[in-house]
Ligand binder design. Structure first.
Ligand SMILES: NC(=O)c1ccc[n+]([C@@H]2O[C@H](COP(=O)([O-])OP(=O)(O)OC[C@H]3O[C@@H](n4cnc5c(N)ncnc54)[C@H](OP(=O)(O)O)[C@@H]3O)[C@@H](O)[C@H]2O)c1
Length: 142
């Protein structure tokens, strides 16, 4: 990734880590790079941090930036698996997008699931289901 991502006037809060779900994905790759270039600490939630082919570009982006990358193993289908990745984060960029042909209960497999486990995380907002991408500041911990 040689290109610079121009966030324009969009302010990036670098005072706390920012969680990006689905970090191996296309959209997330650019978001992670932009956040790293802005100096943020990015908690990149991926299904398999050991899959070097999928996370190499993220590590390279981190090496070439002032930001810090931390990988976390998280899966939307595993309850509570975003708990560690969310620790300390105030902002979540949720791009993880499971693809399945058989959805019996869309609510139970919603992309808001990662945000339901930690009590102090965020108020999930989605623009569509089951796939969605949004960015939302989390409310202050209670
Ligand atoms: N691409 C576009 O032009 C575009 C435009 C507008 C909106 N969007 C929306 O933005 C979102 C991301 O799009 P994309 O193009 O970046 O998709 P993508 O490249 O297919 O990435 C999807 C990501 O979701 C992850 N994922 C899949 N199942 C998961 C699960 N069960 N738990 C956790 N993570 C899981 C994948 O991880 P693995 O690597 O482990 O499979 C991958 O990192 C989608 O909602 C899409 O509809 C995309």
């Amino acid at each position: 990734m040689d290109l610079q991502v121009d966030l324009g006037d969009l302010p990036v809060d670098t005072s706390a880590p920012i969680l990006v779900t689905g970090a191996t994905g296309y959209v997330a790759g650019w978001i992670v790079k932009a956040l790293l270039d802005a100096g943020a600490t990015v908690h990149a939630a991926v299904r398999d941090p050991g899959d070097t082919a999928k996370v190499r570009h993220l590590a390279e982006a981190a090496d070439a930036s002032p930001g810090t990358l931390r990988l976390f193993a998280s899966d939307l289908m595993r309850e509570g698996s975003y708990r560690e990745a969310m620790r300390g984060c105030r902002i979540v960029v949720h791009t993880a997008s499971p693809f399945t042909r058989t959805v019996r209960d869309p609510g139970a497999t919603s992309s808001t699931r990662p945000c339901t486990a930690p009590a102090t995380c965020c108020a999930p907002r989605t623009t569509s289901r089951p796939s969605s991408a949004w960015c939302s500041p989390a409310p202050s911990p209670r």
